[in-house]
Design a protein around this ligand. Structure first.
Ligand code: GLC
Length: 390
């Protein structure tokens, strides 16, 4: 009894001296009141340097002995990039990432777990088999929706399912893409419909100029995306599309890298700026919002690919333009870093289940670990070749 009284007395004394005992304020997270996003979200909010990539980059910097390269590496930790939610388990990365998002930042997430994911390649095949659309809805999308609703004071930018609908347009001859098709269409529409929240802006992935930019692909591509959006009930929080995600195309390059090849004349979208123009027009004709965000994370160096479609760990690449809404193009909301530079596109181990021959091509960096895992040497190469330099 005596002890308790003593404790109460001590507490009372402490409360009287309250100002001196205040805990240091935590770093601000979110805004003071619920966020409603309209228009270009990047005009007022900076893409958040999320804690996951910051940790990867900080560890990478610690492993560099050269002092000036180490200092440059640490600067990458302050660059905003998207956090990939590539498995159900990795939904758990969202909550920690939400702890330090200031009101003037927007947290970027990539929604990437469709059944039969990556139907035209092997490196990023997903965890959900074709047919498991109900698991995609209830175990993947629904929990993400719940988390975002629980954080109404934070702004989110979402890239929806990279490569999925573009694969249906151009790889319909593959049995894998045929069997994935209905799940992709239903899954994307479900994601767009349910993630249509006031504090969210969505961009549906549209591949890149060397993909849906071919004359023959512009209209079918735009119609495929537009029908997913319409099937979702034409959600207002979709601004348009993402392009060049994990890609290598220049923003502006004349002539384009592959413009003077024999079939160059069949594609007017020889750089991403021209893709915005031509695919943007096709989207408008198909009745869908057509603002772009363009991934400039790894496109600093051109002339590296043997063929336009080469996508895996391109050797000689460098970090590109930092995220900004200052794009000089009314059709483009922002240049962003979607692919976290340093994470692999696919393994070069020919005996691995997810080995894709693109990762063994002469223009692909080797050795490379499994898709999504860290490649220190590749990160250092991106850093050395960065434009602008760090
Ligand atoms: C690849 C991987 C995925 C990873 C992403 C970002 O697509 O398949 O697991 O999260 O790249 O590095």
């Amino acid at each position: 009894m005596k002890y308790i009284l003593g404790a109460v007395a001590a507490f009372a004394t402490a409360s009287l001296a309250a100002p001196a005992l205040e805990v240091a304020p935590r770093q601000a997270s979110g805004c003071a009141s619920p966020v409603t996003l309209t228009g270009n979200p990047f005009a007022s909010k900076t893409l958040h340097p999320n804690n996951f990539y910051r940790a990867e980059v900080t560890a990478a910097a610690a492993a560099i002995s050269d002092a000036s390269l180490k200092a440059s590496a640490l600067k990458v930790a302050n660059v905003g990039s998207f956090l990939w939610i590539d498995t159900i388990a990795n939904i758990a990365r969202i909550e920690p990432a939400l702890k330090d998002v200031p009101c003037n930042n927007i947290l970027g997430l990539v929604i990437y777990d469709l059944p039969g994911r990556d139907c035209a390649a092997k490196a990023s095949n997903g965890e959900l088999p074709v047919g498991s659309i109900n698991r995609y809805k209830t175990e993947y999308i629904d929990p993400i929706v719940k988390l975002i609703k629980a954080h109404p004071n934070t702004a989110f930018a979402l890239v929806i399912e990279p490569d999925s609908l573009p694969n249906l347009v151009t790889n319909a001859n593959l049995a894998t893409c045929q069997s994935s098709a209905s799940g992709y269409r239903e899954g994307v529409a479900y994601a767009l419909k349910n993630l249509n929240l006031p504090n969210v802006i969505m961009y549906l992935d549209a591949g890149h100029g060397g993909w849906l930019g071919w004359d023959a692909n512009l209209t079918p591509g735009a119609q495929e995306l537009a029908s997913a959006w319409k099937n979702a009930g034409s959600p207002a929080q979709l601004r348009g599309v993402s392009s060049n995600v994990a890609g290598w195309n220049a923003w502006i390059k004349t002539p384009g890298e592959f413009e003077n090849t024999p079939d160059g004349k069949y594609n007017k979208a020889q750089d991403e700026k021209r893709y915005v123009q031509y695919f943007g027009a096709a989207l408008a004709a198909a009745g869908m919002p057509n603002k772009f965000i363009v991934d400039t994370g790894r496109n600093a160096v051109q002339g590296l690919r043997l063929e336009w479609g080469d996508w895996c760990n391109v050797n000689g690449a460098g970090f590109g333009v930092r995220p900004t809404s200052n794009t000089g193009d009314a059709g483009v909301d922002a240049f962003v870093w979607v692919k976290p530079g340093g994470e692999s596109d696919g393994t070069s181990d020919t005996s691995a289940v997810r080995y894709d021959s693109f990762c063994g091509k002469n223009d692909a960096y080797k050795p490379a670990p499994e898709a999504g895992t860290w490649n220190q040497a590749y990160f250092e190469m991106l850093l050395r070749n960065a434009k602008p330099a760090f």
